[in-house]
Design a protein around this ligand. Structure first.
Ligand code: F6R
Ligand code: MG
Ligand code: MG
Length: 365
């Protein structure tokens, strides 16, 4: 029997700016999912938050893109918005709910989704990554390292089960089309694409030897849906680990160096992605710097066993220190690129308005 793991998230309002949800919002999410479990829609669930995003981590046996599961998430976020966020006048109430009528699939409606269906192995450790104040392309670099870089993942060389490599499905978010590239043979082509994370994002990774699904990531781009800046699409990803896949330590190692990602203040700045424990996921300085948390679970007959708060470890203290140092460097540049995003990325902010306003004042030199 197969198990489906669905992670669906949305920012439907937070306290004192874009910081973190109110406890009542999380309680309501718990209540809704508890009900769904009673009705046997869900097998197991865990509700948490990363920064201002509410994260619903759910298991069931209905497969990916199941309308009942998506509707459950949609109704949960809508009800939280109506019954908690709006009455409390929380900041950005209902922010990620771009549409208000559900029509079968929550994708494209604002919330972020990462789902995978798999036959449980004898033991199935999974890592759920959740980030705030950044975009899906932020996973490109660490997912490359985990499944294709032997300097990160020793198993690619040492373990015969990984040695053949992995296949990456890359989505071109501008043209809404995807391509599958095989590593290590097509590594340079892969890097040529995913090195441009605002456009090409890793959607799925499969083990080459047997097609085993190994990782999935959310790929929504809110600004492309709405045509204007409506908040960043703070992404989520699911990665399976161990026994013929990268070890959990190899999976986490990919975040040891806090690489620069797009997001941070007003979704318009590059900054380091800081790996933190849950208790430190709330952003503060300049609405950031961007954070990533990782909860580890065992999936056991559809039950979620755990979680372990995997970045809540002194071994990541140095990564956090480097992230803070990078944050200082970047902040000193204020509105100057490359702290501020380039023109293509600013297209969905107020910048086109400024250019339009000044249009008549430009004179030919
Ligand atoms: C970034 C983010 C925040 C807001 C910023 C301005 O993803 O959510 O940095 O963009 O706080 O928010 P508004 O325009 O709501 O005042
Ligand atoms: Mg917000
Ligand atoms: Mg957020």
């Amino acid at each position: 029997m197969k198990t489906t793991l669905s992670v669906i998230k949305a920012d439907v309002g937070s306290v004192a700016g874009h910081t973190k949800p109110h406890p009542r919002q999380l309680e309501m999410a718990e209540e809704k999912l508890k009900d769904a479990k009673k009705q046997r829609i869900l097998k197991s669930f865990y509700v948490t938050h990363c920064g201002d995003d509410i994260e619903l981590i759910m298991t069931h046996d209905r497969g990916v893109d199941d309308s009942e599961i998506h509707e459950l998430a949609f109704k949960t976020f809508s009800e939280i918005t109506e019954k908690v966020s709006k009455p409390m006048k929380l900041y950005g109430a209902g922010q990620d709910l771009l549409l208000d009528t559900f029509s079968g699939n929550i994708k494209g409606m604002g919330p972020g989704v990462a789902e995978m269906e798999f036959e449980e192995r004898r033991s199935d450790p999974v890592a759920v990554f959740m980030a705030d104040k950044t975009e899906p392309g932020a996973w490109n670099l660490p997912l490359f390292k985990m499944f294709a870089d032997p300097f990160n993942t020793a198993g690619l060389i040492i373990d015969p089960a990984l040695h053949e490599g992995f296949k990456y499905t890359i989505l071109d978010v501008m043209k809404n089309r995807s391509v599958v590239l095989s590593c290590p043979e097509e590594m340079y082509d892969l890097l040529a694409l995913i090195g441009e994370p605002s456009r090409y994002v890793i959607k799925q990774i499969h083990r080459k030897s047997d097609g085993l699904i190994s990782a999935v990531a959310s790929t929504t781009r809110l600004s492309l849906i709405a045509g204007r800046y409506v908040g960043k699409d703070d992404p989520v990803a699911i990665v399976r680990a161990q026994h013929g896949l990268p070890a959990m330590g190899e999976v986490l190692e990919a975040f040891a160096y806090p690489h620069l990602v797009a997001g941070w203040m007003r979704g318009s700045h590059y900054g380091p992605l800081m790996p933190v424990g849950l208790r430190h996921s709330m952003v503060s300085r300049f609405d950031g710097p961007p954070r990533v948390i990782c909860l580890g679970f065992q999936v056991s007959n559809g039950e979620l066993i755990g979680p372990e708060d995997l970045f809540d470890d002194v071994a990541f203290d140095e990564s956090r220190r480097i992230a803070n140092e990078l944050a200082y460097h970047m902040r000193r540049q204020g509105p100057f690129m490359p702290h501020r995003l380039g023109p293509e990325e600013m297209e969905y902010t107020t910048l086109p308005g400024i250019l339009k306003k000044l249009e008549g004042r430009f004179v030919q030199e």
